[in-house]
Ligand binder design. Structure first.
Ligand code: LLP
Length: 434
């Protein structure tokens, strides 16, 4: 469910007319709905009711400080993967003592920063990493809490580039080595085993892979509870959202009319399938959702530059590019594109919707049917709240886009469009060229 809908034929985010936002702040601009994020979180907590649940929002999905503050106010911890993300959580007023630090290549500096800020746990991916954490903790004279990330060798059924739970992936420890790694920790004086974790991959649409993975890892979690008194089991993130039919998926009825298989599994379905498997463990259960909380809570506003007739096909050239939203170019992902001002009397056009970047990959949609669009008209690319701005870059020396947060009828710029001066601030011409 989400808070993007037409009111009098004008696309609104909550009570805010998106055309007004585009006029005020220009385009391309990301707009996020704070209420949608809060509702997504509430729905997830409801789905897993009955468990001692710790939600750690995956900062990588959308790390804007305002978004992080919002989740911190709503009582989540965070799943961080870099020193930069740790600093973001702190800058937003969030807490590290309810947050976890994941990733296969944590540096000594990052480990120190996490320890100094009393991280809840490191999600450890290898034995050498365990040694490194032990070493840094020893130098600081502290004990580092850790959880072992287990690679369950289960196919997430998602896109190959965002699947992580197979034996051929770089992530986690093989299941058969997990208890041995826990035993080996006995020799390390500055680490303490606090939990186990798994993460299968992102944009999963069926509950089955997670059921399979939890079924495999739960016996290890039970054993480590007995032998090492672990406190929690994290089942990772990865719950998918509706990219097709994205506008309709904002309404509760849509979820009832679409048969499972035609839509992603809902938080309620995840809960119904997993709570019975997890509750008997008597452990705290952690979830690390990113996309589920922010994906459908954001859109990217863009303006039409030209309608161009090509040889055999047409192109709608817009002012957002693959540097602003790279998902279609990188994963061939589908995003719905809708006009800010709907006019059902207009004829339709069929065109590739493309950006201005000098690459054929700079394409948001192929042969897309849209209402006829002229220069200067405004569009929204939907389901862009997760891995949108977070993966944006400056390719073609384009500035990072602006970000706006809406709540009810209030909205505020939460990240100004990058200026040219900011873009080149760290560059210089060396003395030998002057
Ligand atoms: N936990 C771990 C250990 C992860 O690696 C990830 C995502 C998450 C949680 C959050 O996953 P989510 O709930 O958001 O699916 N750039 C890609 C997605 C990459 C996901 C990486 N890891 C995309 O645009 O689809």
């Amino acid at each position: 469910m989400h808070q993007f809908h037409y009111k009098d034929q004008n696309l609104h985010c909550e009570a805010v007319d998106l055309a007004a936002v585009a006029r005020l702040y220009g385009t391309p601009t990301y707009v996020y709905s704070a209420t949608t994020m809060a509702e997504n979180l509430a729905r997830l907590r409801q789905g897993f009711a009955g468990l001692d649940l710790q939600v750690c929002y995956a900062v990588k999905a959308n790390g804007n400080l305002a978004v992080l503050r919002h989740f911190s106010n709503l009582g989540t911890g965070f799943d961080v993967v870099s020193g930069g993300e740790i600093r973001r959580v702190i800058a937003a007023g969030g807490h590290l003592h309810t947050s976890v630090f994941a990733g296969v290549g944590k540096t000594e500096d990052e480990i120190r920063l996490a320890l100094e800020n009393e991280i809840f746990a490191f999600h450890v991916e290898s034995e050498p990493e365990l040694g490194r954490i032990n070493h840094v903790a020893g130098r600081l004279g502290v004990i580092a809490p850790v959880a072992l990330r287990i690679n369950p060798d289960v196919d997430a059924g998602s896109h190959a580039k965002i699947s992580t739970g197979g034996s051929g992936h770089k992530f986690g420890l093989p299941l058969r080595l997990a208890t041995a790694a826990a035993e080996a920790m006995g020799k390390l004086k500055h680490v303490r085993l606090r939990g186990v974790q798994l993460h299968l991959g992102s944009q999963q649409t069926s509950v089955d892979p997670l059921i399979g993975a939890v079924t495999k890892v739960a016996p290890v979690a039970a054993e480590l509870k007995r032998t090492h008194a672990i406190e929690y089991f994290s089942i990772g993130g990865g719950m998918g959202i509706a990219y097709h039919d994205a506008l309709a998926s904002g309404r509760a009825e849509w979820w009832h009319t679409q048969p499972p298989g035609k839509r992603p599994a809902s938080p309620e379905e995840y809960g119904a399938a997993l709570v019975p498997l997890l509750a008997p463990l008597g452990l705290r259960i952690m979830i690390e959702p990113g996309r589920l909380l922010t994906g459908n809570a954001g859109v990217l506003l863009a303006r039409v530059e030209h309608f161009k007739r090509g040889a055999g096909k047409n192109f709608l050239v817009i002012d957002a590019g693959m540097n602003d939203l790279v998902r279609p170019a990188m994963y061939d992902s589908h995003h719905e594109i809708v006009p800010l001002q709907r006019d059902t009397t207009r004829p339709a056009l069929v065109a590739d919707v493309v950006g201005p970047v000098c690459e054929t990959a700079d394409c948001f949609a192929r042969a897309r049917r849209l209402q006829e669009q002229g220069e200067g008209e405004l569009l929204a690319i939907l389901s862009a709240g997760a891995y949108g701005f977070a993966m944006a870059g400056r390719y073609n020396s384009r500035p990072l886009p602006a970000e706006v947060l809406v709540q009810g009828s209030s909205f505020e710029l939460v990240n100004a469009r990058e200026s040219f001066e900011q873009q080149v601030a760290n560059e210089k011409i060396p003395a030998f060229l002057q």
